[in-house]
Ligand binder design. Structure first.
Ligand SMILES: [Zn+2]
Length: 87
């Protein structure tokens, strides 16, 4: 593609284009931007919750967790030796 296709209004790219040109983003673009922001915030918050759930899980199943941790540690060490050497 020789010429870049401009994203139409109602996309995050068009929202940034408005700002870049010093324009007030139109409603369609604002909506697209808000949706995208919410989406990303949602993922970030979900990941934070997942992280906390892992920690709680580990505190309940301490022994199982310790065993898994040792197994994964051994695996990671082995990976490091096979891949990491010349990387
Ligand atoms: Zn627009």
């Amino acid at each position: 593609m020789a010429r870049r296709q401009l994203q139409p209004c109602g996309t995050p790219a068009a929202y940034r284009r408005h700002l870049y040109h010093g324009e007030e983003p139109c409603q369609q673009c604002r909506d697209a931007h808000n949706d995208r922001t919410r989406e990303h915030g949602g993922i970030r918050i979900r990941n934070r919750a997942r992280q906390r759930a892992y920690i709680r899980l580990a505190s309940i199943y301490t022994e199982a967790f310790e065993v898994m941790l040792e197994e994964e540690y051994a695996k990671a060490l082995a990976e490091e030796e096979t891949n990491g050497g010349d990387a």
